[in-house]
Design a protein around this ligand. Structure first.
Ligand SMILES: C[S@@+](CC[C@H](N)C(=O)[O-])C[C@H]1O[C@@H](n2cnc3c(N)ncnc32)[C@H](O)[C@@H]1O
Length: 309
């Protein structure tokens, strides 16, 4: 049995079977690809790192053609992508080189299945655990076609994940960084007009500056507003004013417990602050959890609050 076929079989029974990053060109991907794989052409990887799996999670890599004359992003001879990913801390555990084996695609079709369908995108990243764990609760609280606002959205991973779960929902991401806008554009490309970006800056006094009148969607309030790892204290009371009655306010941020450096104390939630806020604003608490992020040092409090009808 050939090495590539053996490797395909090992990957098929591994815990990372659902994760395959294909760094060939979009045209090559459209011609044939492994089912449920994700195409990020190698020359776009540096800008689209937010779409990759967490660094501690192994995945399969469908490498681009290795060539002597082309150079990698980091100027070393190009090996198809694995070397660069490893140098950045990712774990491509199963590396397939279709360019080096003319029979690769028939083998892949036989072992893991191939496709030419690019309409149903697969994602490699994970959303915030609060969203993943609470999706049942969120869809029960918000049935039907819904609008979501994500403030301090960054590359828009959480919003993208939500909209992929709920094909009738629409989302707006808000951030003040031009780089975030660019990453958001790549991340949400497959969602078409269901995702839009608004460039806006939340000011220290809780007001915001935006070129668009944007914290409402078509003049309507949103069904859900979320703000994850973005916190400006005077902006907190604004959040419930952006959602409809019965809508949800989702907040997750670092809380001031224990000894850590970043974010600074004044930029952390105080203990009990979110609970007092919910009480003062008349919001009911559907979820309230305290957990530590991957470094094991910094605690975050995550809540889902509902604006009482
Ligand atoms: C730590 S990141 C979190 C991104 C995303 N919510 C997540 O959890 O992956 C904070 C984001 O808030 C944005 N941000 C910071 N200050 C802001 C402000 N004053 N107004 C708007 N966006 C801001 C940053 O550009 C960044 O994308």
């Amino acid at each position: 049995m050939s090495c590539q076929k053996k490797l395909l079989q090992q990957w098929k029974t591994s815990s990372c079977r659902q994760r395959c990053l294909d760094v060939r060109s979009s045209l090559e991907f459209q011609t044939c690809h492994i089912q449920s794989s994700t195409n990020i052409p190698f020359d776009q990887l540096k800008k689209r790192m937010a779409e990759l799996p967490p660094k501690n999670v192994p995945f399969a890599l469908l490498a681009a053609a290795a060539t002597e004359d082309k150079q990698s992003i980091d100027k070393t001879p190009f090996d198809g992508g694995a070397q660069w990913l490893r140098s950045q801390g990712w774990h491509p555990r199963y590396v397939f080189q279709p360019g080096e084996d003319p029979c690769f695609w028939p083998k892949a079709a036989q072992v893991v299945g191939c496709s030419t369908n690019t309409t149903k995108p697969s994602i490699l990243f994970r959303p915030h655990a609060l969203l993943q764990d609470s999706m049942g609760l969120i869809t029960t609280a918000l049935p039907g076609r819904r609008t979501i606002l994500d403030i301090g959205c960054g590359s828009g991973r959480d919003l993208t994940w939500l909209l992929l779960q709920q094909p009738t929902w629409h989302g707006t991401g808000v951030d003040h960084l031009a780089g975030a806008q660019e990453r958001f554009g790549s991340m949400t490309a497959s969602l078409g007009d269901r995702a839009r970006f608004v460039s806006a800056k939340v000011m220290a006094d809780g007001t915001w500056k935006s070129t668009e009148r944007l914290l409402t969607d078509g003049g309507q309030l949103y069904d859900m507003v979320m703000t994850i790892r973005f916190f400006v204290r005077p902006f907190l009371p604004i959040l419930p004013t952006l959602v409809k009655s019965g809508g949800l306010v989702v907040i997750s941020h670092f809380v001031d417990i224990g000894d850590y450096q970043h974010p600074k104390k004044e930029r952390r939630l105080r203990q009990g602050e979110l609970n007092r806020f919910a009480e003062q604003m008349g919001l009911s608490v559907l979820v309230d959890r305290l957990e530590w992020i991957e470094d094991g040092i910094r605690p975050v409090q995550s809540v889902i609050l509902q604006k009482v009808v």
